[in-house]
Unconditional design. Structure first.
Length: 83
């Protein structure tokens, strides 16, 4: 993530992921079961890792690096707890 545009794109995608997670538990999403919610969240977390993981430099962009590692850890935790 070397350019400012990439950083904005990263943070916007992370914000969209957080908003998706929030929306999955509102009334409009009540038709989704826990497995479907988990799968949607995993897809978003996987996208963060795939799209931005290679450029995550802990020296130059520590915050982004930490956020990506956190997304990867959540992705793994959700996958290992699948029903």
């Amino acid at each position: 993530m070397s350019s400012g545009g990439d950083r904005v794109q990263f943070w916007n995608h992370l914000l969209a992921t957080a908003e998706l997670i929030e929306s999955l538990h509102d009334d409009a999403s009540s038709q989704l079961d826990e497995t479907q919610i988990r799968e949607q969240i995993q897809k978003q977390l996987e996208t963060v890792s795939e799209a931005f993981g290679d450029g995550a430099d802990p020296v130059e962009n520590f915050e982004e690096y930490v956020a990506i590692k956190f997304c990867q850890a959540l992705y793994e935790a959700l996958g290992s707890n699948a029903p």
